[in-house]
Each structure stands twice: as structure tokens, then as C-alpha cells.
Design a protein around this ligand. Structure first.
Ligand SMILES: Nc1ncnc2c1ncn2[C@@H]1O[C@H](COP(=O)(O)OP(=O)(O)OP(=O)(O)O)[C@@H](O)[C@H]1O
Length: 274
């Protein structure tokens, strides 16, 4: 049996974080198991991206601890943080490729920036990564010549260029057509398994995300509303989670912004002024 420390790559312990006075995460605890795909879901503004920024050390929690492979990211100095970030790959929504660099050079970029590998080794690594995302043949194209789905896969190849242990995806499916979306989702799962990665996927796309995740965490109102396998979360009796997984317009999260009642606003009912 592995020790508990070896089983999870990321751990949040009673972590609270706010922007100024505004509390975003309120004493949350969660674990991201090694080798698994964890989906981070919840309503917009619930703090999902903030969790990724805390893991990457871009922001620090005001309370609690965030451990990456046993190290408290919030307490790392600059050099420690830099070393930890080298072990993480991040893929943000629209992958932002460098438009003046070819597909090949986009993937080669982090290798040229952060390693002393020779150009011939860089070539091998780049072609391996492009092969993993099915785009070895597209190496000479410019970003303007590839589709949105292909661009996302190039960005993915770039995110894994340095062989990270953890890959964080922030809404990787946004704006993709259903076929590209399915391809991207399968790729995330496949790369996770073949490269021995640990993946965190922030996504609003319930079906695809539930399909590829081992663990689903739903954030709501600064807390964890649900944490479990996709099946467990799908069948949760918690009203908030139920509203979320069934995409219901009304429930604990109200459709109407709080305000005066309809009767008050339209002067209806007992003796109210028109
Ligand atoms: N730099 C910032 N300064 C102040 N408030 C911020 C900042 N970044 C995010 N917020 C606020 O923190 C809250 C959580 O944001 P976050 O981006 O983590 O949510 P999210 O769950 O990822 O949302 P979405 O699904 O819409 O991307 C939001 O209300 C947002 O407005």
C-alpha cells in the first residue's frame, strides 16, 4: 500500500481565500489523487479558476494549506515556486498560441525557454508531443491555418512539452463543436493515462466531463457541495448539486436576482399604488 501522502498530488486543507474582503473559498478541503482525472465544477464565479491559481501559486490563501506533492505552495520562496510550476502544465481556455510561430515552434517554445536540450532532441520531443495529440503532420502549419479544435490540441501538446506531473485545464472545451469537444475530452483522458499524468479539468460541460473524470468536485457558495465519483455526484440528494447536474434554472441558486416582488414592482395586490 502506498502511504497517504503518495496517493494525492494536491491537497487543500481548510483553505480560505478572498479577493480583498470578498470571501471566495470558505475553509475548503479536497484531495486530487495521483494518476486520476479530477473535474472541478460549479456555477460561474464559484472559485474554480481561483483554485487553479492557488495551486499554481499565482495567489496565496489567507488561511489553511495547499500542498503540492507534500510542499505547501503558499510558503514556497520564488525558487521553490518556480521549481513547483515546472512540474505543472496549464492550459487555459483559448490556449493562446503564438500567432507568428508555426505549430512546431509553439510546442518547442517551452523547451527552448526552460531546457538546454539540443535542437535535434527538441525536434524529437516536439514530434512526440504532436504525435500524442494527432498533429505530427501539421507541424509546419501556422496557427491561422488550423481549426479551433486543432489549435486547442497544439496548446495541449505545448502544455505537456516539459513532461509535467500535473496538468490543469481551464474550460478546455469552451467554444468547440461537439466532435472537437469529444476529441478533446478523450485526448485529456488518454494523455492522462498513457503519460501517467494527474489532471484537473475545470469545465461547464457536464456530459463530457462526467464521462472522463474519476472524481468530480462541485464548488458552490465558497464550499464543496459535492465530491465523489461522477455517479455519486449525479445521484446526489443535495438540492444545490441536484440543480447543478440537472441544469435546472431555479433551485437553491435563484434564477431571479434578489429584489422587490413582482406584485410590488407592478403595483398589484392589496391597495398598492399603481
Ligand atoms: N483578480 C480578481 N480580483 C477580484 N475578484 C476576482 C479576481 N479574479 C476573480 N475574482 C472574482 O472571484 C470570483 C471567483 O472567480 P473564479 O474565476 O475563480 O470563478 P470560476 O468558478 O472559475 O468562474 P467561471 O466558471 O465563470 O470561470 C468571481 O466572483 C470573480 O469575479
Amino acid at each position: 500500500m502506498d502511504s497517504p501522502r503518495a496517493e494525492s498530488l494536491v491537497e487543500l486543507h481548510d483553505l480560505s481565500f478572498g479577493y480583498g474582503d470578498r470571501l471566495i473559498l470558505d475553509g475548503i478541503s479536497l484531495t486530487v489523487p495521483r494518476g486520476k482525472v479530477t473535474a472541478l465544477m460549479g456555477a460561474s464565479g464559484g472559485g474554480k479558476t481561483t483554485v487553479l491559481r492557488l495551486i499554481g501559486g499565482q495567489v496565496r490563501a489567507q488561511q489553511g494549506a495547499l500542498l503540492f506533492d507534500g510542499q505547501d505552495v503558499g510558503r514556497l520562496d520564488q525558487a521553490g515556486l518556480y521549481a513547483a510550476r515546472r512540474r505543472m502544465g496549464m492550459l487555459f481556455q483559448f490556449g493562446a498560441l503564438f500567432t507568428d510561430l508555426s505549430v512546431f515552434d509553439n510546442v518547442a517554445f517551452p523547451l527552448r525557454e526552460h531546457t538546454d536540450l539540443s535542437e535535434s532532441l527538441i525536434r524529437d520531443v516536439v514530434l512526440m508531443k504532436l504525435n500524442a495529440v494527432g498533429l505530427r503532420g501539421a507541424r509546419d502549419l501556422m496557427p491561422s491555418e488550423v481549426s479551433g479544435g486543432m489549435a486547442r490540441r497544439v496548446a495541449l501538446a505545448r502544455a505537456i512539452a516539459l513532461d509535467p506531473e500535473l496538468v490543469m485545464y481551464d474550460e478546455p472545451f469552451a467554444g468547440l463543436d461537439p466532435i472537437s469537444l469529444g476529441t478533446a475530452a478523450r485526448l485529456i483522458r488518454q494523455l492522462n493515462d498513457t503519460m501517467g499524468l494527474t489532471s484537473i479539468v475545470v469545465s461547464h460541460d457536464l456530459d463530457e466531463t462526467f464521462h472522463i473524470a474519476d472524481q468530480v468536485i462541485v464548488l458552490a457558495n465558497g464550499k464543496i457541495a459535492a465530491q465523489g465519483t461522477p455517479d455519486e455526484v449525479r445521484h446526489s440528494s443535495d438540492p444545490l448539486v441536484h440543480q447543478f447536474v440537472n441544469a435546472l434554472p431555479d433551485g437553491p441558486v435563484r434564477f431571479h436576482y434578489p429584489g422587490a416582488s413582482v406584485a410590488q414592482d407592478f403595483g398589484l395586490g392589496r391597495g398598492e399604488a399603481p
